[in-house]
Design a protein around this ligand. Structure first.
Ligand code: ADP
Length: 258
């Protein structure tokens, strides 16, 4: 099978000019076919603040109401996505930006209200990745750049976690390609102590993950990230690595194993 890289880049990197430049150069240098999936970071929240909108929080969680969805679509699907595409073009990568609605690439279901009554608003849980357009683009030498937005098939855009889009896309493409999925963020990988560079955990299994969540070593955004990573491994993605954005050669970071 032909190999392919799927690189997910976190919001903090997208917003850091120097680190983003480095990442895009390294991404351009990866051999063969590839896909970039990006998060949004705080840019949508910042624009919402400039527009005088209040971020709605319920039980400590941010709610994507109609107004916030409009801003997320403009910022993630617009400026952030198109800037990445333009910069990849400058690196010699023929990139093309997509939300999940474009080409029906990622369909999702609006998240149901939780048992404790939290309604996240226009947030999507991925149901299906349609690889037909992605494969056509990849075969034509075009590099898809995927924004963290999906659609429900009935006309509704949904704000969607980029880590999940990356893992679901990796799973869907694993039927046709030998997939390496790289989660890039600002730390060297999964750490025993976040402030100690030497405490990198080189390999993590599902059993390690349970233990490290239970003892508090792994917390916050790293929990859903690793859940996504473990699901991808279980579904046949050949290699999943959580790594620093300046080390996307696949030789650094934390390797996620079943
Ligand atoms: P992204 O930058 O890809 O959007 P998230 O912010 O969702 O990523 O999740 C990554 C964050 O998880 C890190 O920035 C860090 O603050 C946190 N984290 C929690 N536990 C760990 C750990 N053990 N090792 C590394 N990061 C961790």
């Amino acid at each position: 099978m032909e190999s392919i890289y799927i690189v997910k880049v976190g919001g903090a990197i997208v917003e850091d000019e120097r680190r983003l430049g480095r990442l895009l150069r390294d991404f351009a240098a990866l051999p063969g076919r590839k896909v970039l999936v990006h998060g949004g970071g705080r840019s949508a929240t910042r624009l919402a603040q400039r527009l005088g909108m209040e971020s709605r929080m319920v039980n400590g969680r941010r709610i994507t109401d109609e107004a916030m969805l409009q801003v997320a679509a403009m910022v993630y699907g617009g400026l952030v996505n198109k800037r990445l595409v333009a910069r990849l073009q400058a690196e010699g990568v023929n990139a093309m930006g997509l939300t999940g609605a474009d080409g029906n690439v990622v369909r999702a279901r609006r998240r149901p209200v939780t048992a404790d009554g939290t309604d996240f608003g226009f947030v999507g849980d991925v149901e299906q990745v349609d690889v037909r357009l992605l494969s056509t683009l990849l075969e034509a030498g075009v590099t898809p750049v995927m924004a963290p937005l999906t659609h429900d098939g009935r006309g509704q855009l949904l704000n969607t976690n980029a880590d999940t889009i990356a893992s679901e896309t990796a799973k869907a493409l694993a039927h046709r390609y030998d997939v390496t999925l790289l989660y890039c963020f600002e730390q060297p990988g999964v750490m025993r102590r976040p402030d100690d560079e030497s405490s990198l955990i080189p390999v993590i299994t599902a059993a390690d993950f349970e233990r490290l969540v239970a003892d508090g070593t792994i917390s916050g955004g790293m929990i859903p990230k690793l859940e996504n990573a473990l699901q991808a491994v279980a579904a046949g993605v050949r290699q999943v690595i959580v790594t620093r954005a300046d080390a996307i050669d696949g030789r650094h970071g934390t390797v996620v194993k079943a």
